[in-house]
Design a protein around this ligand. Structure first.
Ligand SMILES: Cc1ncc(COP(=O)(O)O)c(C=O)c1O
Length: 346
């Protein structure tokens, strides 16, 4: 039985080209700055996002953490979406390890933070308050159906940040999904951000790693933060080699994942007992509700699993199931998933 695994875009296996590049990678000690493959990946990433410099890190979580540590000191405050990955799913690491105070504001259904909420969250100069330093945005937004933030919105947040002398960090775990969905140059989408972290190991299919991009001064600080977190990885060019393939070969094809997610959403919308609006599925993340008295989302997921279709029942809200498309998922797989779901719901 073919398994159609839609639980996450982190489940992908490295491509043949990635495995070849990993086997042949030239490596050196990256803490000495001497790994040519990591240096190349960092140059490529900085160039793609129109920033001065970049830093290869172990994970999306580490990318966000080193960025927050580089932008903020202890007791500083970061404005962050209440549904943001950094706020919800990273153990409050910036507070736990960096003494950075999170100031959550509501995340809107399209992944934005309302401009007036950001403005209202900025602290005035008062001895009682922490100092606001940073605004964190998430693009695309994981819990908000993979919604991309566009340049128009980024400019509006940029204007607030400049006025209050704040930095902007974009948690761009799926930043290239956003650029592809909006059909714009990633440089333009990154322009208002002081730093962007993106994952090589989600839609881009590499086995490990994320990259943080920003000014040279910022990257110098982020590099120090990475070291104290234990992220100086020595001959990690074997990993960066796959990242280079991911950046070179795996970006444009994200459009296929978006088309497959839309196809899945449209099929699901036709089924009794399932609620979803396909117009609200702009990239590769599909959330839908299973509204059945006799079947919880967990039971739904278990039932389709026995027929080879894997999805996740997630605690994002009542009755919510998540499916994510990626490069192992074909159009035929979506047909197969819909046929199994139709049987289970019938
Ligand atoms: C938006 C977002 N940011 C950060 C992360 C963390 O990435 P990692 O699991 O590589 O630490 C994730 C993981 O799913 C994510 O979706």
């Amino acid at each position: 039985m073919r398994i159609v695994d839609l639980r996450s875009d982190t489940l992908t296996q490295p491509t043949d080209a990635m495995r070849r590049a990993m086997a042949e990678a030239q490596v050196g000690d990256d803490v000495f700055g001497e790994d040519p493959t990591i240096n190349r990946l960092e140059e490529m990433a900085a160039e793609r996002l129109g920033k001065e410099a970049a830093l290869f890190v172990a994970s999306g979580t580490m990318g966000g953490m080193v960025s927050n540590l580089a932008h903020c000191g202890r007791g500083d405050e970061m404005i962050i979406g209440g549904a943001g990955h950094t706020f919800l799913f990273e153990q409050g690491g910036s507070a736990a390890l960096g003494g950075i105070h999170p100031h959550p504001v509501p995340t809107q259904p399209d992944g934005k933070l309302a401009l007036e909420d950001i403005e209202a969250a900025v602290r005035s100069d008062n001895v009682h308050f922490p100092r606001t330093r940073l605004i964190i945005l998430e693009n695309t937004h994981n819990l908000c159906n993979g919604f991309p933030l566009d340049t128009h919105y980024m400019q509006a947040v940029g204007e607030i940040a400049r006025r209050h002398k704040l930095k902007i960090h974009v948690d761009g775990a799926r930043f290239f999904n956003a650029a592809v969905a909006l059909d714009i140059d990633p440089k333009d989408l990154a322009a208002e951000a002081d730093s962007v972290s993106f994952c090589l190991s989600k839609g881009l299919g590499a086995p490990v790693g994320s990259v943080v991009c920003g000014t040279q001064d910022f990257i110098n600080e982020a590099r120090r933060a990475r070291k104290v977190l234990g992220g100086g990885m020595r001959q990690a060019g074997v990993l960066a080699a796959a990242g280079i393939v991911a950046l070179s070969e795996m970006v444009d094809r994200l459009a296929d994942d978006h088309a497959n997610a839309k196809k899945l959403a449209m099929g699901l919308a036709e089924m009794p007992g399932i609620s979803i609006d396909p117009d609200q599925i702009p990239t590769n993340i599909v959330f839908f509700e299973v509204n059945r008295e006799d079947m919880t989302p967990a039971e739904f997921v278990q039932r389709i699993d026995t027929e080879g279709i894997r999805m996740l029942a997630v605690p994002a809200g009542p009755n919510i199931v998540r499916a994510v498309t990626h490069y192992h998922i074909t159009t035929e797989d979506i047909d197969q998933a819909l046929s199994v779901i139709s049987k289970v719901m019938g």
